[in-house]
Design a protein. Structure first.
Length: 524
């Protein structure tokens, strides 16, 4: 078995090196093409050709060399946009660094040049431009290991080790000079193309030309570059086959579960807070609560909760709470965006205060917006709102009302949290495929937005006149709790009113819940 693994590693490694050489041949071909006019000029001068022919050729050669040199210098100085991460120095996580060193020694590969965390469910190796390279003929510095922070909080130590084994094994191929050189070329071309995409062709003609050339080179090398990375991945996977093989399947199952819980937590819990300028400060702890709740509800996942008695991987950090807070703020900046100059308006919120400081605030804002659209701010009672909504439905003005409420909601959210755009001529932030920004305002129909505002007004009235309170569901976000139990029966009556103009079911719901629709709704 060990012989098969070694043979698979060697074959994949050789294939990756051959593809890397093919990428470098694309670079060398472009260089040869730039030198061709100069070679023609030298041949003509050596052959004693007519100066009337030699001078134009020499001028063309000089222009080509100058343009090639300037473009090469621009490409060499271009730096790809790095994925925003939280660096974890050894003093902050000696146990985690020790685990990675031990893993690298067992795999017989270079130790990663550092460890960083990303607020997403993914792990990879990232080259850091500008770091000193080894001497000629020596391996370049090892890349940084980037680990998805939800893995540290949800996975157990053994599962994390099994998950990271093939990733750490990738430092072996990364140390090969040909693969490292090919990757540097590809990163430089990609960075130049991205930089040129945001620049004016008129104001920056050299950058525009370099961008065009970089795109051509990327297209020419695309097939071999993809084959090279696949070969590197195969070699790393084959090298890691013998490490924690029994835990490999369990770790992969946890990846899918962690991704599902993380996605629900971001879109249902974090995003509503971000949209009003608050950021939950312990997202990774929240994903554990969300996945534990999922395990309780879903019989297919209930076995995963039994693992929670084992040591979590976040214990490998010296101060997991502080790291979680850094990651949570980075997640707010990446997935939603904090407007430039408005960072001071954003404030953290603890999970214990989420219901009062986020859920209640969202309901009050939506209720105020609804009453304003209904011209009912002077008498902000639920009874008045229901009457006017029924009148609007009877007169066919519902679509217009829904559009007005939706437009006002969009304006309010844009004023609170416009995504920060990159300045002209600069590169946008880099995001791996899984690490993409969430929409500042999820797209939904205008009727659906109106229904949300009506439900918010009902929840405010219920909180003001009964014992109901705002609450947090780890998987579904803001909810209404009555006697500690989530009320799930409000959606149907609200949609009957909004879609059909029938307030009867909602009035019945209010009566059954003991809500006083004649009492003013508190909007502040």
């Amino acid at each position: 078995m060990l012989q098969r693994e070694a043979r698979g590693t060697g074959e994949a490694g050789r294939s990756a090196r051959q593809d890397a050489l093919a990428v470098l041949r694309v670079r060398d071909g472009a260089l040869a093409l730039a030198l061709l006019p100069a070679a023609v000029a030298i041949v003509l001068w050596s052959a004693g050709a007519d100066p009337a022919l030699c001078l134009p050729v020499a001028g063309c050669a000089a222009a080509c060399l100058a343009l090639a040199a300037a473009s090469a210098l621009l490409m060499a100085r271009s730096r790809p946009a790095l994925t925003p991460v939280i660096e974890v120095p050894e003093r902050a996580a000696p146990a985690l660094h020790g685990l990675i060193r031990e893993l690298a020694e067992r795999l017989d590969v270079p130790v990663p040049g550092g460890i960083a965390l990303t607020p997403d469910c993914d792990s990879w190796l990232e080259e850091i431009p500008g770091r000193p390279r080894g001497a000629r003929g020596q391996p370049p510095p090892a890349p940084v290991l980037v680990i998805g922070s939800p893995f540290l909080w949800w996975m157990r130590v053994g599962e994390l080790r099994a998950l990271l084994a093939p990733v750490v094994a990738g430092t072996g191929p990364s140390a090969h000079p040909d693969i490292a050189a090919a990757r540097r070329c590809l990163r430089a071309w990609d960075a130049t193309a991205a930089l040129a995409a945001g620049a004016s062709r008129v104001r920056h003609p050299l950058l525009a030309f370099s961008g065009l050339l970089s795109r051509r080179l990327l297209r020419a090398a695309a097939q071999r570059a993809g084959d090279m990375e696949r070969g590197v991945a195969r070699a790393a996977s084959a090298r890691a086959q013998g490490v924690d093989q029994g835990l490999r399947a369990a770790a992969q199952e946890q990846v899918g579960l962690a991704y599902a819980g993380w996605d629900r937590l971001l879109t249902r819990v974090a995003l509503p807070a971000w949209r009003i300028g608050r950021w939950p400060r312990r997202l990774d702890a929240g994903v554990v609560a969300a996945l534990t709740e999922l395990s309780r509800r879903d019989r297919l996942a209930e076995g995963f909760a039994a693992r929670l008695g084992e040591r979590p991987a976040c214990d490998l950090l010296e101060e997991p709470g502080a790291v979680d807070e850094e990651i949570s703020l980075l997640a707010a900046r990446l997935f939603h965006g904090i407007p430039q100059g408005r960072g001071a308006d954003w404030a953290p919120v603890d999970w214990g205060a989420y219901a009062d400081e986020v859920v209640d605030r969202i309901w009050r804002d939506r209720a105020a917006r609804l009453f304003a659209a209904l011209d009912a701010l002077e008498t902000p009672t639920l009874a008045c709102a229901l009457d006017r909504l029924a009148e609007a439905a009877g007169a066919a003005g519902t679509d217009e009302l829904a559009a007005r409420v939706d437009a006002e909601a969009a304006r309010a959210e844009a004023a609170q949290g416009v995504r920060q755009e990159s300045p002209p001529g600069t590169m946008p932030p880099a995001f791996p495929p899984a690490l993409q920004p969430l929409p500042a305002r999820p797209s939904r129909g205008e009727r659906e937005s109106l229904a949300e505002h009506v439900a918010a007004a009902v929840c405010c009235a219920a909180a003001d006149t009964t014992g109901a309170v705002p609450g947090l569901d780890w998987l579904d976000g803001p909810v209404l709790l009555a006697d500690g139990v989530r009320r799930r029966d409000l959606t149907g009556p609200v949609h009957r009113l909004v879609d059909e103009g029938d307030p009867g079911p909602l009035r019945d719901w209010l009566a059954a819940a003991g809500v006083r629709p004649d009492k003013p709704v508190r909007l502040v």
